[in-house]
Design a protein around this ligand. Structure first.
Ligand code: GDP
Ligand code: GDP
Length: 444
């Protein structure tokens, strides 16, 4: 879990500029919409205001340097001091000018100091409240701080673009593998599916199992609760479970299982249990959800629930239907269970364990290239404009999910990539995880 208390080692973004250009308004914009105020930190000095902000998942401190100018000294001098101090304290500098007033000598003075900063500087032309004003931003180009960003801090116009640019200029995130304790790295599972398919019943069956010890913890997504289930084979983390816990069913609202929420959970998850009502069959929405899980690179176990309601003679047809409609998830196991009666529930945790193993699988390079050679011998890649494509070698560049890079003399058609995927799955027992294959072209 993120620790919002310790902000000291976060990168600092300073907002610099003459009085009244709109620095404070811009700061509020930065920490307001979409970005989140986490805490207001008492600064080192009383005049200093620094606020915790977050954008695109990056956290940083915004320093409003406006308060640094409030003495009786000449303004020009104060403004230079402000800029120099900002350079010392910040990783990224945002200079603000006012389009209504235009570029003044004080602005130029600040710009000259910032140019020597040796740190990234972004130039914001503020109070561009409408398109007409946008034509005037170019006067600010003379400041020599690059292409200006037109912004209306008061209306929010353009502030997202500035934040994107700010985040892009932040120093790389320090690699802290273990910020929030071991539970952060538990294999995480999202239980998803349409309303009434039996997600809650299934979840409560899993946590209600007497073999398991359960505790709730702050979720991977803001304002959510996750549940960690201790199983004999180790702990598993279930994502966003508040709405599924028995005791909170009362205040469940219809929104709870909204698609958006399910997709958020899927994005945070290592594996998804896609629960389908066997009686209803695979719906369009189930297909969409399956596609998203696949695209997110999340391992997947398909659960046909309410199997108790399917007459024996209908079962083959129901299954055929699943394989047909979810054919693109052919790597995923299909469990036939009844969360209500407990039928085949014992298969769920092992299936998740298998998904976990597959998701983390690493194929040694030598073995991988042996298989690549063999599969080429069996079926050589098709001709590409009369040229024979050759696969030179392959590596597994990443896991979670397993991701392979193939170096080939020419592009490989989708049919051949599917053949490669099938072969890799068979040879390396990759199981219920999506795998990714990238092809890089190389001269032989
Ligand atoms: P600072 O002294 O640089 O921090 O400037 P403030 O944020 O206090 O803003 C100075 C004045 O400009 C205030 O009256 C703001 O309401 C106004 N202001 C700030 N941003 C905008 C904007 O985008 N458009 C317009 N029209 N006014 C703005
Ligand atoms: P959710 O909205 O996906 O969480 O679904 P619930 O867990 O609330 O279940 C919806 C309804 O389906 C409830 O009335 C459950 O009792 C019922 N149900 C859940 N699992 C099964 C099952 O395996 N068989 C049968 N017959 N009913 C089930």
């Amino acid at each position: 879990m993120k620790d919002f208390g310790a902000s000291s080692d976060l990168p600092v973004v300073a907002i610099v500029g003459r009085p009244n250009v709109g620095k404070s308004t811009l700061v509020n914009r930065f920490i307001g919409r979409r970005a989140t105020i986490v805490e207001e930190m008492p600064g080192v000095t009383r005049d200093r205001k620094s606020l915790d902000a977050e954008w695109n998942g990056r956290r940083f401190i915004v320093l409003d340097t406006g308060g640094w100018i409030d003495t009786d000294e000449p303004l020009a001098h104060q403004v230079s001091l402000q800029a120099e101090r900002a350079i010392r304290e910040a990783d990224v500098l945002v200079m603000v000018v006012d389009v209504m007033v235009g570029v003044l000598e004080q602005d130029s003075a600040i710009a000259r100091i910032l140019q020597r900063a040796g740190k990234p500087v972004l130039l914001v032309v503020n109070k561009v409240d409408d398109e007409k004003r946008e034509l005037e931003i170019w006067t600010a180009s003379s400041l020599g701080l690059g292409v200006p960003f037109p912004v209306s801090a008061i209306h929010g116009r353009g502030s997202g673009d500035v934040l994107d640019a700010v985040v892009a200029e932040l120093p790389p995130e320090p690699e802290v593998p273990d910020t929030g304790g071991p539970d952060d790295h538990l294999f995480a599972i999202a239980i998803v599916g349409r309303p009434n398919v039996g997600k809650s019943t299934l979840f409560n069956r899993i946590v209600g199992d007497e073999r398991s010890v359960v505790h709730d913890m702050p979720g991977t997504t803001r304002d959510t609760i996750d549940t960690v289930v201790e199983t004999p084979e180790g702990p598993l983390r279930f994502i966003d479970t508040a709405g599924m816990r028995r005791r909170s069913r009362v205040d469940e609202n219809a929104e709870y299982y909204s698609v958006v929420r399910a997709l958020q959970a899927v994005d945070k998850a290592d594996a998804a249990l896609l629960v389908i009502d066997a009686q209803q069959g695979v719906s369009h929405q189930d297909q969409r959800l399956g596609e998203r899980i696949d695209a997110a690179g999340t391992a997947i176990v398909i659960v046909m629930n309410k199997w108790d309601l399917i007459a024996t003679e209908d079962r083959p047809q129901v299954l055929a239907d699943v394989y047909d409609r979810l054919g693109f998830l052919s790597y995923a196991p299909v469990l036939k269970i009844s969360a209500l009666t407990g039928r085949s529930l014992k298969d769920v945790l092992p299936a998740l364990r298998q998904a976990e193993e597959a998701y983390h699988a690493r194929v040694p390079t030598a073995a991988l290239n042996k298989v690549m050679r063999e599969l080429q011998q069996k079926h050589p890649p098709p001709l590409d404009r009369k040229h024979r494509t050759r696969i030179l070698y392959a590596t597994q560049g990443a896991s979670e999910p397993p991701t392979f890079t193939i170096f080939a003399t020419r592009p490989l058609p989708p049919s051949y990539l599917r053949y490669i995927e099938r072969s890799l799955r068979e040879e390396f027992d990759l199981g219920p995880t999506p795998i990714k294959i990238r092809v890089r072209q190389r001269a032989s």
